[in-house]
Design a protein around this ligand. Structure first.
Ligand code: SF4
Length: 421
């Protein structure tokens, strides 16, 4: 397998299976993001999300933080790693932001790294998340996972960054950072990677060299190892490798508690409570051009009102492009297409311009439309359950009634999916 093939296979896998990948840090402004990322060095996102709500409530801007005393900030962040240094960095960072950058978070890496507490990794996160730049932030997970898979042969994070940037298409760089982090956080763990649960074995060099040789002494080939099955019984976990000739049956046996096997609760993604025949809730919001769009503007038209998680993410881009490509056909059938997400007008404008989207994207930053259509709820991603926008499309008829609710959205061919109704 060539390096090019490996990159293509891994990117395709993530594009298809992990269409939404974003930071797990909570923030609502560029300023909050830079503060959260500075705090997250050598600390977990979970811990940072516990301390930032109070900090952001009392110090919501660079001005507020710049006027604070670092000893006071320390009391807010004492439970994170290196609280003394980080408290000083935050206050100094806010001061430099005001004095040298007019209070605006810079977009260039060279400028970002001048800010106290901001290293190359933090600068890359800020540049990619806030400014949508193809910057690859290499943290411990990205470094480990990309080396293990064989995407990189790096001894330092900087080498890793350069190698990844060289091979990953620009439009996927920012998302690839999150793919690799999440894979490292939940599957390719530092001490014991969960290769038995991983779908990248076919392309992973670590799996090929280390795992096969050490854990599977009979040197099974990739294809044979694809048939690994986990048989979990009440008392034991037995990993059975089924192969035509291989005699290896029990590779590992380890006690597990019955609660993990017999009491497992199946997670169900939230689904809207609106049904066919219900009156479509009214809405009014600005689109990417600052124009106010309301449901009542479209009397006599059929509306494709589609809710999507986030601009510029792979799944949402595929969905938008599919609707763009079928837009003429949809218009001929009297459909008006409207997209809705919680992104702001500026983000929508960038997204719509980049992909030449011929329809309105509504900036529902207050999430009033999202809530009215009941598409906010629990989702599962990489084994983690969190709240977010559930990808859903409503077809509203010319009388303002809901004619269809599509919850199994096929992002790549959503336009065709609607035309085939
Ligand atoms: S196969 Fe194992 S080592 Fe390779 S990416 Fe998956 S979990 Fe990591």
């Amino acid at each position: 397998m060539t390096l090019k093939n490996r990159y293509e296979a891994v990117i395709n896998y993530f594009k298809t299976n992990v269409p939404i990948a974003e930071t797990e840090l909570h923030y609502s402004s560029p300023f909050e993001l830079i503060v959260a990322v500075i705090l997250s060095a050598q600390c977990t996102d979970k811990r940072i999300n516990q301390v930032t709500p109070k900090l952001f409530r009392d110090y919501p801007t660079a001005e507020a933080l710049a006027s604070a005393n670092s000893d006071t900030i320390f009391t807010y962040i004492r439970s994170v790693s290196y609280p003394n240094n980080k408290a000083k960095h935050l206050v100094n960072m806010a001061n430099m932001l005001l004095n040298d950058f007019g209070g605006v978070i810079p977009s260039e890496i060279e400028q970002l790294i001048k800010l106290p507490g901001v290293g190359r990794k933090t600068a890359n996160v800020v540049a990619s998340v806030i400014y949508d730049k193809p910057a690859m932030a290499v943290d411990t997970h990205v470094f480990r996972v990309s080396n293990r898979i064989g995407l990189t042969k790096a001894k330092t994070p900087l080498q890793s960054e350069h190698q990844l940037i060289k091979h990953i298409p620009e439009q996927y760089v920012a998302t690839a950072h999150h793919w690799l982090i999440l894979h490292g956080r939940y599957t390719c763990l530092a001490r014991t990677p969960k290769c038995g649960d991983c779908n990248l074995t076919e392309w992973c060099q670590y799996f090929k060299t280390k795992t096969i040789n050490k854990k599977y002494p009979h040197s099974l080939s990739h294809k044979k190892l694809d048939s690994i099955k986990l048989d979990i019984t009440k008392d034991t976990m037995t990993k059975t490798i089924s192969s035509k000739k291989t005699a290896v049956k029990k590779v590992a046996a380890k006690k597990v508690t019955p609660s993990k096997t017999t009491k497992e609760v199946k997670f169900m993604t939230h689904s809207t409570s609106l049904k066919v025949g219900h009156k479509a809730p009214d809405f009014s919001a600005k689109d990417q051009n600052g124009k106010t769009i309301s449901l009542k503007d479209f009397k006599g038209k059929n509306i494709v009102l589609y809710f999507y998680p986030k601009d510029n993410t792979p799944g949402c881009t595929m969905e938008a492009c599919s609707l763009r490509d079928e837009h003429t056909h949809l218009n001929k059938k009297n459909y008006v297409v409207l997209g809705v997400s919680a992104d702001d007008e500026k983000m929508h404008q960038k997204f719509a311009t980049k992909y030449e989207l011929p329809f309105s994207l509504l900036a529902d930053t207050e999430m009033s439309i999202i809530k009215a259509y009941d598409v906010w709820g629990k989702k599962k991603f990489m084994g983690k359950i969190y709240d977010g926008i559930i990808r859903t499309t409503f077809i509203i008829d010319d009388k303002g009634k809901i004619a269809r609710v599509i919850t199994d959205v096929k992002t790549k061919e959503h336009g065709k999916q609607i035309l085939s109704l």
